[in-house]
Design a protein around this ligand. Structure first.
Ligand code: NAD
Length: 260
């Protein structure tokens, strides 16, 4: 039980990668807070954990809303007594060529990915410092924290930006025993990616199968999607790591798509 007696808040944990991390943390003994825009789906994730004998609560949280973020973290601390781990994972994808990108959609992407990471980190760090036991902050980056692809200007910009935020968290958090990491997955089959396949097929005038083989998995060593388990095991490893040795580092989990 690597996370026994730890309290973890995972944003965007009603679906996809965040949900899988929440389930994995609960199996490792953590009390998990499922924070998501979609409260019904968050409740279902929490019920799945409880049905398996774990401990979880759901909170409604729009990560771009300062008051909701602060209230969600406060509710977690009130219920479970502390906060030890934050996984800032909530995210969306919108694709357009840069020259056609509507400004309101650019701002929405930057708000969810960067404002969301900042607001949840700030609230979590305040709670961790008040608790006096340090903690682990994990930001959900992407291979697009290190590489670029066409059609993804705000996503690539925001995911690169998370690396800067992580480094500041590592520097400012060290005095309080707070570690920071970014996980950078390749393509994982979640609703976020399933939505992109037909969109990219239309944008590039190719078939959906070609989007998968010639764009998404082209540079992997094995032609395989990154799995939910690949990412969740990495999130467990980082949250449970016993020293500051890895703080300030990003880890690319991409079946060799990106090697840095
Ligand atoms: P997903 O669509 O399956 O889940 C995203 C979750 O975030 C949903 O439950 C949604 O309700 C929630 N959410 C969206 N906006 C929110 C907001 N403003 N506040 C709170 N919650 C919000 O997506 P996913 O594929 O699991 O992606 C999760 C994270 O992983 C994202 O940051 C994404 O960029 C990143 N990522 C995904 C992939 C991939 O291939 N799926 C690869 C690299 C990185």
């Amino acid at each position: 039980m690597l996370l026994e007696n730890k309290v973890a808040l995972v944003t965007g944990a009603a679906s996809g990668i965040g949900r899988e991390i929440a389930l994995r943390y609960a199996k490792a003994g953590a009390k998990v807070v499922i924070a998501d825009l979609n409260l019904d789906a968050a409740d279902r994730s929490a019920e799945t954990i409880q049905a398996a004998g774990g401990t979880a609560m759901a909170v409604a949280m729009d990560v771009t809303d300062e008051a909701q973020v602060d209230a969600g973290v406060a509710a977690a601390v009130e219920r479970f007594g502390a906060l030890d781990i934050l996984v800032s994972n909530a995210g969306i994808q919108i694709v357009h060529p840069l020259i056609d990108f509507p400004f309101d959609e650019w701002r929405k992407m930057i708000a969810i990915h960067l404002d969301g990471a900042f607001l949840t980190t700030r609230a979590a760090m305040r709670a961790m410092i008040a608790g006096g036991s340090g903690g682990s902050i994990i930001l959900m980056g992407s291979v697009h924290s290190h590489e670029a692809s066409p059609l993804k200007a705000p996503y690539v910009t925001a995911k690169h930006g998370l690396l800067g935020l992580m480094k500041v968290i590592a520097k400012e958090g060290a005095a309080h025993g707070i570690r920071a990491n970014t996980i950078c997955p390749g393509f994982v089959r979640t609703p976020l990616v399933d939505k992109q396949i037909p969109e990219q097929a239309a944008a590039f005038g190719i078939s959906e199968d070609e989007v998968i083989k010639k764009i998404m998995l082209k540079d992997t060593v094995d032609g395989e999607f990154t799995t939910l388990a690949d990412v969740a095991e990495t999130a467990l490893f980082l949250a449970a790591f016993p020293s500051n040795a890895l703080t300030g580092q990003s880890i690319i989990v991409s079946h060799g798509w990106s090697m840095q």
